[in-house]
Design a protein around this ligand. Structure first.
Ligand code: ADQ
Length: 459
């Protein structure tokens, strides 16, 4: 039987090399996909070595999933990963032109690593295998595989937003990059909005023939299909976490430490796209407007550092520490600290417990492809007494979770107002909103996401 070959920047290699790294949403989603279809997952080991990708492939099989990884050299990591992927494409695709760096050298490094990935993975691809490439690190990979004679069906899924054409054209060689995408057979986006932006670019900038009803894009005699596939969570796996002693212990720990105060929670990678300083401003505004409620509330921010070698990530960390410190300095009493800021990651079982103990979940990215934390927060709620999700209208998830309290994350007043509204919401309203959201989170889960994409890719 033909297998599924998944290719992504990082591979969460089980145990041995301990290279799972920052807890991106991608790792969990792909593990579910690979468990289901006997597959190979190829990508970077997360390790640095002198020979880099040319140093050979390390293959391991664990839990029915085969991983095949290569190392990268220091130069590759600097130019491809920290450089072009995370200092050019990530900020640009999250609408942050102010943070976007355009360096010729890092662009070359990006192309070099995509070429090296293609060379390393080609021998693993057998006739009829389906190839599924993930995310902004590897946009040109499909075209590199085609140039090596791979004629298999190849799909690409973008986990982050696709920016509006007017922003995207600020990328030098933007046309070259998008033309490489037309070598895929299927291109997936998280939402209709990102898909529309992509189709707009293809029409306006490339002069491609686009059929919006079917998502087909035709240029120079070749046709690729582009569609929206909103990613979900692994519902069964996440619920199973909720049944563990570890989860209940985490819930109790949070409840007993907050006692009669209402806990609000935010769980994010420490990334400027997640809107953390803006969120803290919103909370500060709420305290300014309702000083009498400081004693009733505690906000817990869990934010493990990520991409620490990129300067803008160091800056966001400093800014967040300052803002948190200012509010705590101004509002704390000997027995009350309004914001707890935790710079580390937790297991999904622990997060489940924290989400369940927190009566308000704050997910307020300035821009986000989807955002799985919003869905996990909903999934962890007690159906009889559910908490309230406050969600940015600029997260992809807002297009599915319309019954969250939707906010503009740039507006401290809006965030403050939403907090007040969540605190005062009746049980009936909380239940009604939760019932609708939980159905979506349950039904549109990661297994269905994988099935939909793979079925369409099979053609
Ligand atoms: P991310 O930007 O990493 O993913 P997100 O979708 O929120 O964002 O996924 C984060 C995952 O990491 C969640 O499963 C969450 O539980 C976990 N996580 C976050 N903070 C954690 C912590 N402190 N401890 C432990 N785990 C933590 C990218 C895109 C998103 C898209 C996903 C999947 O940016 O928009 O939803 O890919 O496609």
């Amino acid at each position: 039987m033909a297998k599924l070959v998944v290719i992504s920047n990082r591979v969460a290699v089980p145990k041995a090399r301990g290279a799972a790294g920052a807890q991106g949403g991608l790792a969990g989603a792909l593990n579910s996909a690979l468990r289901k279809h006997s597959g190979v997952w190829f990508g970077w080991s997360g390790q640095e070595s002198e020979e880099g990708a040319g140093g050979g492939i390390d293959t391991q099989t664990h839990d029915g999933v085969t991983t095949a990884t290569v190392d990268l050299s220091k130069r590759d990591i600097d130019e491809y990963y920290n450089g072009y992927a995370n200092a050019t494409l990530w900020p640009l695709f999250h609408y942050r032109l102010d943070l976007t760096e355009y360096e010729r050298e890092t662009g070359k490094g990006y192309e070099r690593v995509n070429e090296a990935f293609a060379e390393a993975v080609t021998p693993l691809i057998e006739e009829d295998d389906l190839v599924w490439v993930h995310d902004y690190h590897l946009i040109p990979l499909g075209e590199r595989l085609r140039s090596r004679g791979i004629t298999n069906r190849i799909g690409f899924f973008l986990h982050i937003p696709w920016p509006p054409t007017r922003l995207f054209v600020s990328l030098p060689y933007h046309e070259r990059l998008v033309r490489t995408m037309l070598q895929y057979d299927l291109i997936g986006f998280q939402t209709q909005e990102w898909l529309d932006s992509f189709l707009h670019y293809c029409t306006k900038e490339l002069g491609a023939e686009v059929d919006e009803a079917t998502g087909s894009v035709t240029l120079d005699g070749r046709t690729v299909t582009a569609r929206a596939y909103p990613i979900g969570i692994d519902w069964d796996h996440f619920q199973a976490q909720g049944d563990t002693g570890e989860s209940r212990q985490a819930e109790q720990r949070l409840l007993s430490s907050t006692r009669r105060r209402t806990a609000m929670i935010g769980v994010d990678r420490l990334d400027y796209s997640k809107g953390l300083p803006e969120r803290i401003d919103g909370i500060g505004r709420f305290f300014d407007q309702h000083p009498e409620r400081v004693r009733d509330l505690v906000y817990i921010q869990v934010a493990p550092p990520s991409r620490e070698d990129v300067e803008s990530y160091q800056q966001i960390r400093t800014l967040l520490e300052q803002k948190t410190g200012q509010i705590n300095g101004a509002r704390s009493e000997v027995d009350v600290v309004p914001i707890r800021y935790v710079n580390r990651g937790y297991t999904h079982a622990q997060l489940y417990g924290f989400f369940r103990a927190a009566k308000i979940g704050l997910v307020t990215p300035l821009r986000d492809g989807m955002n799985l934390v919003a869905k996990e927060y909903v999934a962890a709620q007690d159906p009889d007494d559910p908490g309230v999700l406050i969600l940015s209208r600029f997260a992809g998830a807002a297009q599915q979770l319309e019954d969250a309290v939707l906010v503009n994350p740039h507006s401290p007043d809006d965030v403050a107002h939403a907090i007040g509204r969540a605190l005062d919401m009746t049980l009936d309203e909380r239940r009604a909103r939760y019932d609708k959201m939980v159905r979506t989170v349950h039904d549109e889960n990661v297994q269905n996401w994988t099935e939909d994409f793979v079925t369409d890719l099979t053609g």
